[in-house]
Design a protein around this ligand. Structure first.
Ligand code: SF4
Length: 64
């Protein structure tokens, strides 16, 4: 799995961080998403998929 995030689309809702804190964080300056692990290990895939589903702006893109 590879993750792309689009900071132009992100609205800083933080849902991704709640779902997968090991993979996503919010920039302390602007509140927008920062990607910590672009290629997360298998044990994180379910949480990342959840983050992609609940992101309100469609800013998270997953490639299998
Ligand atoms: S859930 Fe989506 S909109 Fe919210 S911080 Fe994460 S990427 Fe941005």
């Amino acid at each position: 799995m590879k993750i792309n995030v689009d900071r132009e689309r992100c609205v800083g809702a933080g849902q991704c961080v709640l779902a997968a804190a090991a993979v996503f964080e919010q920039n302390p300056e602007d509140g927008l998403v920062e990607l910590l692990l672009p290629e997360p290990s298998q044990d994180l895939h379910a949480a990342v998929t959840e983050a992609e589903l609940i992101c309100p702006s469609g800013a998270i893109e997953l490639q299998s």
